[in-house]
Design a protein around this ligand. Structure first.
Ligand code: OOG
Ligand code: NI
Length: 407
């Protein structure tokens, strides 16, 4: 057995790779998506040469993935933070999807590496959502109490995993034998569970929200999707459609233009229904299927400043100038300079709430129901930081520091 030391960066790369292997075995369409993504990236590289790598090296982009998971309680979220912390991933940003259309009863953050060198080594990020069980627009007092009881009784992550995680985070890595064990337990914690699903309980939640059922209707969590990155998402969309895979009707985020690429564009397809075992009210088991997971792909552009983001949110891409020099000069997007003084884009490493809501929605089996006469419960970044028990980073502070350092 090797006693080599595995750094947190190496842990992150291995974790992303193991999850990718797991998800590919669970959702075959994902393996196809990865294959097509690699073909698209190779074509862009052949077509554009060095320019293709301005938003990230081909090595980075080829292994780049984001995942999405959903948890039910603040304690579960704090545990997730420890597991990702071991892999050098810290919470960045606060997203309140209850404000989106359609409203989804979660608040979210994204765990990711913070520094450019860590991002370049492996930028694995996981969009992580927490169910807001006391939001009366979704859950009445009775359902909230039942949800709390159900969620309080389950264990998503074994104690051994959490202890290994803490040790790894404290030492910025761990010996190889412990790393193996950590990765085995961490990956297993995000696999789809074969445990029977209580049909009445699941249906009761699903009547309110499919996302609530996906989170609180089963006794474990799972990766909801794992997303490769492509350098030309329009090409990807066309190739997948050609293969007979029915994509959602559009690409989310800024439309394609001849201007510099900004922020994030995403598109997705619904995965097939997956066979699951159900426990019916008479206690008998029967087989059925749930359609909760899907395939998604993304393309990333330059990060916008608060001013650029405001312009994008209020006026769209049409209001943007056509060159990087103008974007930089008007303080609309973040750039650094290389030794020769030419501009280098700082790639957007985060998510877009509007696209995220669209991604959630494309994956809902029912519209759910929402009582707008009720008050939503207050949640904000400060609250989430308290739950996480560690700093919740502001993405603009990170981009700004990188720009300042690179000038
Ligand atoms: C997360 C949806 C958000 C994205 O790419 O915007 C997301 C979820 O479905 O749990 O992953
Ligand atoms: Ni996603």
């Amino acid at each position: 057995m090797s006693h080599e030391f595995v750094s947190s960066t190496e842990l992150r790369s291995r974790f992303a790779r193991d999850l990718s292997e797991l998800y590919g075995s669970e959702v075959p369409a994902y393996a196809q998506l990865v294959e097509v993504s690699e073909a698209v990236n190779a074509a862009v590289l052949a077509r554009s040469g060095e320019d293709a790598e301005r938003l990230g090296s081909i090595v980075r982009v080829t292994s780049e993935r984001h995942g999405a998971i959903r948890v039910g309680t603040p304690d579960e979220l704090a545990q997730v933070a420890r597991i990702f912390g071991a892999c050098g991933m810290q919470p960045v940003g606060f997203y309140d999807l209850r404000e989106a259309t359609p409203a989804i009863p979660v608040v979210s953050t994204a765990f990711r590496p913070l520094d450019r060198t860590d991002l370049a080594d492996n930028p694995f990020r996981v969009f992580t959502s927490l169910l807001v069980v006391d939001d009366r627009r979704f859950f009445d007092a009775r359902l909230e109490a039942d949800l709390r009881e159900f969620l309080g009784a389950r264990t998503l992550f074994p104690e051994e995993l959490l202890e290994l995680a803490d040790k790894a985070e404290a030492n910025a890595g761990m010996p190889d034998d412990e790393a193996e064990r950590f990765l085995e337990l961490a990956t297993a914690a995000f696999a789809l569970s074969p445990e029977p699903v209580d049909r009445d309980w699941y249906d009761r939640l699903e009547a309110v929200s499919s996302v609530a059922a996906d989170i609180g209707g089963v006794a474990s969590t799972h990766i909801n999707h794992l997303t490769p990155r492509v350098l030309d998402i329009d090409d990807l969309y066309a190739r997948m459609t050609e293969r007979g895979i029915e994509m959602i009707d559009r690409i989310q985020g800024p439309p394609r233009t001849d201007k510099p690429e900004i922020l994030l564009r995403q598109t997705s397809f619904r995965a097939l229904a997956e066979p699951r075992t159900f426990r019916d009210s008479d206690g008998s088991l029967s087989s059925g299927a749930l359609r909760v997971r899907f395939g998604e792909v993304e393309a990333r552009g330059v990060a916008l400043t608060p001013k650029g983001r405001e312009l994008y949110d209020t006026h769209g891409i049409d209001a943007f100038p056509g060159t990087e020099a103008e974007l930089d000069g008007a303080d609309l997007a973040y750039y650094t300079r290389n030794a020769e003084g030419s501009l280098l884009p700082i790639v957007y490493e985060d998510f877009l709430p509007r696209s995220a809501a669209g991604i959630f929605a494309s994956n809902l089996t029912s519209d759910g129901s929402l009582d707008d006469s009720q008050q939503g419960s207050a949640r904000d970044a400060r609250w989430l930081q308290g739950v996480l028990g560690r700093e919740l980073h502001d993405p603009y502070v990170l981009y700004d520091a990188e720009r300042t350092a690179g000038r």
